[in-house]
Structures are given as structure tokens and as C-alpha cells.
Design a protein around this ligand. Structure first.
Ligand SMILES: Cc1ncc(COP(=O)(O)O)c(C=O)c1O
Length: 358
């Protein structure tokens, strides 16, 4: 048997179960279009909800070099501080940068709750929140999705502002006030709330721990945690995914700052996005498709047929992959359409046309 035979066997098993994944190359030709494996497509699966990844100011901001090490070892760069100061100006509390939302969530969940703490975590929380909790010595209490009554006497409560695979906002104001609240605003940031400050801000709340990313509506990459100064201190000293990794490269920090600056004043884009969401959701309802949620993530649960439906869309020039286990539970495979402020009405109509009646 060859040295790699065991990996081959596992790949074959995944393929037999329809779970083998492969990356495809998309060459962007505009904020909502690209060439995928040689064919032109409308992109309906990007998290670039405000089209800022294609924004000339964001792209032109990139300059400088690699961070050369952890900020604690080889020094922070002015671009890192400038970005953290801009975040503080925006959200009113200090912030600490991370290389990705995944790493931010690992740091938050593995550092804050301690042995003996009970952490109530929504059943649909993102893998990065789950993995962070797996590194924690606290007791996990997985609570039904969007159910404030199930939280009980937990010490911490972990939620997403807008759920990435179900597209809904949990009833944030109905949860008990006692637990320290950690909210991952990855998909709400830039879109919901005043100046795009997220679902919590839209509900008039300030979570104890606020996690945000720059890689979605921000149009670049990287992430941050914002909260009280004590939180930032603790993560700086104990957050392993902050300490033991090379910091964000300067070009990315500059792009993130440009994206944040654009995003704060992008009410025009937020309005266009809301109009596009309405057009797509109304069109889907007319065609008999039932979509989850109310916002710019538009999941259609179809079960087993999700990959076939995605293939049919691609045949018609629409790129929106099917989502399958382990991202969602078996039986709940879905098509996940995402809307951008930069989709034209004609593109939204084309997506509906290709999808056709349910
Ligand atoms: C809810 C949520 N949190 C965190 C992340 C991770 O963010 P990043 O892509 O910056 O690692 C994602 C991204 O996929 C997400 O959907």
C-alpha cells in the first residue's frame, strides 16, 4: 500500500457520499461578475455585500509589506494602530486586530470562559465559534437556535448577529441580560445598524464582546474584537491566536481601513442592497421558492437536490454553490444566494429566470 493510500481511501469515501470538495477559480470581471472555469457568470455567492472588494479606493490603499512576526515580538505597524483607532472611533470602545474572523473567535472562546463557567452557544453558531469552545475548559450548553428561553443561568452567551447559513437575526433583545454576551457580527457588519455597526447596534445593544471581520462587507480581510479595555488587555496577553501568529500584512491593514472608511458612509449602497434583497425575495416568492430569513443571505433549503440545483444555476450562468454537510446538517442541504448592492436589477432578474418556478 502506498504511503498516501489512507488519504486516498478517505477522499474516495467522501466522493462516494457526495462530500468531496474542490476549489474553483473565479476571475472577477466586476463587483458581481466573473469568469469561472472559463465561463462568464453572475456571482450570487460572495460575501462582498457592498461591492467594496472591487472598490478602487480599497484596492488602491494596499501598500507596505509583511508584518514580519507577531506584533508582540516584532512590533506593531502604524497601519495596525491606525485601523484599531478607526475601529474605536466607529464603535466607541477599543479593538484588537486578528488575521481572520476564525482566529478572532478562537481567541475569544478559548481565552474568556474559564473552567467552571457555563457557555450557552446557539446551535447554529459558526465552526470558528464551535472550535473556539472546543479549546475552552468551560462547560458548553448548546441551545436551540434563536431561543432566548433556553439560555438559563449561563455565564456566557454566544450568538451571531446574522446567521451565515440561515440568514436570520436572532431576537437579540429577548435574551437574558445576565450572561456576558459574545456576538459575532461577521455577516451583519457594514449592512445592518447605523453606519453598518451590525445587528446588535440595530437592536440598540452593545455586546460585551463584539467580533467583526473585514473579509465580508469590508471588502478585504482580517478581523477584530472590540469591547472594554480589560477585554483587549486579556486577549493581548492570553489570546493564543493573536500571540502566536504573524500579524496582518500592512497592505491588508491599509485596505481594511479604506474599506471601513467607505463602509461607514455607504448608506447609498445599503439602500441599494435592501432594494435588491426585496427584488430577489419577492421574485422567489412569486416563483414558489421558500427562502429563509429576511436579509441579504438568502438560503433555500432543498435537501438532497441542492448540488443539482446549483449545477443548473451554473448552466444558466449563475454562480451560487450548494451548501452541504458538515456546513449544514444532512437533510438541510441548501442553495445559498447572497445579494450585493452592486447587483443590477437585470442580474437579479436573470438569477430568478434561471432558477425558474419551484
Ligand atoms: C459567522 C462567521 N464568523 C466568522 C467567520 C470567519 O471569518 P473569516 O473569514 O474572517 O475567518 C465566518 C466566515 O466564514 C462566519 O461566517
Amino acid at each position: 500500500m502506498s504511503r498516501t493510500a489512507r488519504w486516498t481511501r478517505r477522499n474516495q469515501e467522501l466522493a462516494e457520499r457526495g462530500l468531496r470538495r474542490a476549489v474553483r477559480t473565479l476571475t472577477p470581471t466586476g463587483p458581481t461578475t466573473g469568469v469561472l472555469d472559463g465561463r462568464e457568470v453572475i456571482v450570487a455567492c460572495s460575501n462582498d455585500y457592498l461591492g467594496l472588494a472591487a472598490d478602487p479606493q480599497v484596492q488602491a490603499a494596499a501598500r507596505g509589506g509583511g508584518a514580519t512576526g507577531s506584533r508582540l515580538i516584532s512590533g506593531s505597524r502604524p497601519a495596525h494602530r491606525a485601523l484599531e483607532e478607526a475601529l474605536e472611533d466607529w464603535l466607541g470602545r477599543p479593538a484588537l486586530l486578528f488575521n481572520s474572523g476564525y482566529q478572532a473567535n478562537l481567541a475569544v472562546l478559548s481565552t474568556l470562559p474559564e473552567a467552571g463557567d457555563v457557555v450557552a452557544s446557539d446551535a447554529l453558531n459558526h465552526a470558528s465559534l464551535i472550535d473556539g469552545l472546543r479549546l475552552s475548559r468551560a462547560t458548553r450548553r448548546i441551545v436551540p437556535h434563536a431561543d432566548p428561553d433556553a439560555v438559563g443561568d449561563a455565564d456566557y452567551l454566544v450568538l451571531e448577529g446574522l446567521y451565515s447559513m440561515d440568514g436570520d437575526v436572532p431576537p437579540l433583545t429577548r435574551y437574558p441580560e445576565a450572561p456576558l454576551r459574545i456576538v459575532d457580527e461577521a455577516h451583519a457588519l457594514g449592512v445592518l445598524g447605523p453606519e453598518g455597526r451590525g445587528a446588535s447596534a440595530a437592536a440598540g445593544l452593545v455586546p460585551d464582546v463584539f467580533v467583526g471581520t473585514f473579509g465580508k462587507a469590508g471588502g478585504s480581510a482580517g478581523a477584530f474584537v472590540s469591547g472594554p479595555a480589560e477585554l483587549i488587555d486579556l486577549l493581548t496577553s492570553r489570546g493564543r491566536s493573536f500571540i502566536f501568529t504573524t500579524a496582518l500584512p500592512e497592505p491588508v491593514a491599509h485596505m481594511a481601513l479604506a474599506g471601513l472608511t467607505r463602509l461607514r458612509t455607504a448608506d447609498d449602497r445599503r439602500e441599494r442592497l435592501a432594494a435588491n434583497v426585496r427584488r430577489l425575495r419577492d421574485g422567489l416568492a412569486e416563483l414558489g421558492w421558500q427562502a429563509l430569513g429576511d436579509h441579504h443571505i438568502v438560503p433555500i433549503v432543498v435537501g438532497d437536490g441542492a448540488m443539482d440545483l446549483a449545477a443548473r444555476l451554473l448552466d444558466g450562468g449563475v454562480f451560487a454553490p450548494g451548501i452541504r454537510p458538515p456546513t449544514v446538517p444532512a437533510g438541510q442541504e441548501r442553495l445559498r444566494l447572497t445579494v450585493s448592492s452592486e447587483h443590477t436589477e437585470a442580474q437579479i432578474d436573470r438569477i430568478l429566470e434561471v432558477l425558474g418556478p419551484c
